[in-house]
Design a protein around this ligand. Structure first.
Ligand code: EPS
Length: 399
């Protein structure tokens, strides 16, 4: 059965939910495998006060018995602690708007002044909403908590096959990491990023990034930036060139672009690939050596994908995120009730969420890689998949 998932839930509703289908039986899974990634998503310098309210934890409602997946659909639930403050405003039941205290609560939270850059205006027009809260609640990046839970499950399964995924931040607003000062070893980049408040492996850049975020906060502004996601240990052969919708790079691009705020996705050298001659771009191939059963490369400009297929090198992608559209110093906009000029709505938000977007990027990459992995090596139990995987590795490594 194909691995796929759906999420549901509003930012200030009762909870977020994910239903995941196609998870094989026999995968050991405990709540902490998920919770540790939920906690990583909540961190990062520049987050707003919501992250002080929430302590995201997963409830595993189905598909897992005695710490082991059963092959049945898995249901994850993440409670919104802030729901306590929104029970009337976000009630799924009809409310008595003739009751003055109820109507006051709902009016207070009603939004009609659309934010440029957010889903507010197109969302309200598309779904014919008068109160933009109906748009904001689902378009909020809070939904990414559910995706991170699914991604954590995907990473747990990939981890059994020694596929490891991590992210780090390369830019916040105008402040770039100095590529010369980044460690060359991915494991060290990962270790430094995990210890950094900005998930940035360049210490001096991270100080300048914090300053930029502080200045943006002071000015009522926000910043986007750039993150990199790396997958190590991916075998040769995920994805395919035979159909447009089987190409691994295409699938990854869609998944990363689906993260709120992402404006560009690149793989390997990305745009720079179009600027240098082929003789300098393509990664030359060398014979196998004593330490490796795979053919060797000295560079990885392709980002681990050739012809829409993983080539055994690390998969390396970058996602560029725009600044969060909710601005304390709001932009010019309109009041959707009468079409007249009005400054945009402001409510609690983040100044910068690029480190968190990197974690969501890890999750989306894990999801796409697991889909491709199960398509190639799929079976209904972990044991069956292990046999398929080992057979394939033994076969191609002889060549
Ligand atoms: C988010 C929760 C939200 C925002 C943020 C991401 O919580 P609240 O709206 O209650 O402050 O902090 O969402 C946005 C920035 C956005 O534009 O939607 C989260 O859990 O990541």
């Amino acid at each position: 059965m194909a691995f796929r998932f759906l999420t549901s839930g509003e930012s200030h509703g009762k909870c977020l939910t994910a239903i995941i289908e196609g998870i094989p039986a026999g995968i050991p899974l405990k709540p902490d495998d998920i919770d540790k990634h939920l906690a990583r998503r909540q961190q990062g310098y520049g987050r707003g006060d919501r992250m002080k309210i929430e302590q995201d934890r997963v409830l595993i409602n189905s598909g897992v018995r005695h710490g082991m997946t059963t092959g049945a659909p898995v249901c994850f639930e993440i409670e919104n602690k802030d729901w306590q403050n929104w029970q009337v405003t976000m009630s799924s039941q009809a409310v008595d708007i003739n009751n003055p205290s109820i109507s006051e609560l709902i009016t207070q939270k009603k939004i009609t002044h659309v934010r440029p850059g957010h889903a507010d205006l197109p969302g309200a027009l598309k779904y014919n909403h008068q109160d933009i809260r109906n748009v904001l609640e689902r378009s909020s990046a809070r939904e990414t908590a559910a995706r991170v839970a699914v991604g954590a499950l995907a990473s747990t399964i990939l981890g059994i096959f020694n596929i490891e995924i991590f992210s780090h931040v390369l830019r916040i607003g105008p402040v770039n990491v100095d590529s010369e000062s980044l460690p060359v070893n991915y494991n060290i980049i990962r270790e430094f990023a995990e210890k950094s408040e900005l998930r940035c492996a360049d210490y001096s850049a991270s100080i300048a990034m914090k300053k930029a975020i502080d200045e943006a906060k002071e000015a009522g502004d926000s910043f986007g930036g750039l993150f990199e996601v790396v997958a190590l240990g991916v075998p040769v052969g995920l994805g395919s060139y035979v159909h447009w919708d089987k190409r691994l790079d295409g699938l990854i691009a869609q998944a990363i672009m689906s993260i709120p705020g992402i404006k560009t996705v690149s793989i390997g050298l990305g745009k720079a690939s179009s600027e240098i001659p082929g003789s300098k771009l393509h990664d030359e191939i060398y014979p196998k050596n004593d330490d490796s059963k795979d053919y060797q490369r000295k560079t990885n400009h392709s980002g681990g994908i050739e012809g829409g297929i993983s080539n055994g090198n690390p998969i390396v992608l970058k996602g560029a995120m725009k600044p969060i559209p909710t601005l304390k110093k709001p932009l010019k906009s309109i009041n959707l009730e009468n079409g007249e000029e009005h400054i945009a709505h402001y409510e609690r938000s983040d100044v910068c969420a690029v480190p968190a977007a990197g974690i969501v990027g890890e999750s989306m990459l894990a999801i796409v890689l697991l889909q491709a992995f199960l398509e190639k090596f799929g079976g209904d139990s972990l044991e069956e998949i292990k046999v398929n995987y080992e057979n394939y590795c033994n076969m191609y490594q002889k060549r």
